[in-house]
Write a protein that binds this ligand. Structure first.
Ligand code: 13P
Ligand code: SF4
Length: 315
């Protein structure tokens, strides 16, 4: 039996479903689709896992995605493919330091991005995703709230500009999006004057300022198929091209440049943690029950409140 067929058999035998993020490899994405799972953004992955009848959820993504799924479905067995697959935003926001930061600004609503640990979510009033951040902050701003935002400073800066809310920002960033280069992007655009530039808001503001459209992973895929331009330049992890090609088969898709004179990224335009996910690991996790996510009940219950606010707000 091929590796794919073995995984399919194990998924069935274990009453398990595979949920994959857009940034993992194409073979995992297509397997999730073929086996009744989902390929999606971080919020929809968790929502899907929660609504699924399956007893076990296999998360092909990074650790915080597994944790969010566990918080929403504590009764289910949630496994990630590699426990070391983390995220620079999560890593850069230590829960104790973050709690001290919150204590210093206790007059502010604490809003955190999904790319954080369960402990950080437990300290927050709201969790948001890139697709929901602007509308949540607009809502809080209109209600007269001042905001403490963490951890992504680029997304925070973008949201602040869109909403004019009073926000203080934690100093975190995504190592992948931070490497897109505005000057090289301008050059690429001049060589492709009839193209559209789509940008994920974790990118630096100089890159965002060149965008024809800014949005979450799901929004970028929809926009690629909607655009009238036949050439689309995309500033996000290149794993997204698998679904973008499916959604926009008539378009020429080009990766936004990360390489300039000053390029220093180790894994340009592809998240090294997302790249840790593989079919081999998927089979091993299914067979051996490795990499199960556990979160203590107190933390999980508190974190669930901040996630639930978003689910109710976006329902
Ligand atoms: P989305 O929530 O848009 O899927 O983004 C997750 C992520 O890690 C982007 O880098
Ligand atoms: Fe984190 Fe960036 Fe990787 Fe997304 S792409 S998981 S934000 S490091």
């Amino acid at each position: 039996m091929s590796l794919r067929e073995q995984i399919k058999a194990e998924l069935k035998a274990k009453d398990a479903v595979l949920v994959a993020h857009y940034y993992v490899s194409s073979d995992l994405q297509s397997l999730a689709d073929e086996t009744g799972g989902i390929v999606s953004d971080s919020l929809e992955m968790a929502r899907f896992g929660h609504n699924s009848d399956a007893k076990t959820i296999i998360v092909a993504g990074v650790k915080f995605m597994g944790e969010t799924a566990k918080i929403l479905s504590p009764e289910k067995n949630i496994h990630v493919l590699d426990m070391n697959a983390t995220c620079s935003l999560d890593e850069g926001c230590n829960a104790d330091e973050f709690s001290d930061f919150c204590d210093k600004h206790s007059d502010r609503k604490v809003v955190v991005y999904a790319n954080t640990s369960a402990q950080v979510k437990a300290r927050a009033d709201w969790m948001v995703t890139s697709g929901s951040a602007v509308s949540v902050i607009n809502h809080l701003h209109e209600s007269g709230e001042k905001i403490l935002w963490a951890p992504d400073k680029h997304l925070g800066n973008y949201v602040q500009e869109q909403s004019s809310a009073d926000m203080i920002l934690w100093d975190g960033s995504c190592v992948v999006h931070e490497k897109f280069k505005a000057d090289a992007l301008e050059t690429l655009k001049s060589l492709n004057p009839d193209s559209a530039i789509l940008v994920h808001p974790e990118s630096p503001k100089e890159v965002i300022s060149l965008a024809d459209f800014v949005g979450s992973t799901t929004a970028l895929i929809k926009e690629a198929s909607r655009r009238k331009e036949k050439t689309i330049i995309v500033a996000t992890d290149n794993g997204i091209f698998h679904k973008m090609r499916e959604a926009a088969p008539d378009k020429k898709l080009i990766e936004a440049p990360t390489m300039g004179e000053s390029a220093d990224c180790e894994s340009c335009a592809h998240c090294e943690w997302m790249a840790m996910n593989s079919l081999d690991k998927c089979l091993s996790v299914l067979r051996n029950g490795d990499n199960e996510i556990f979160i203590d009940t107190k933390t999980s219950n508190k974190a669930k409140q901040s996630i639930q606010k978003l689910l109710d707000f976006t329902a």
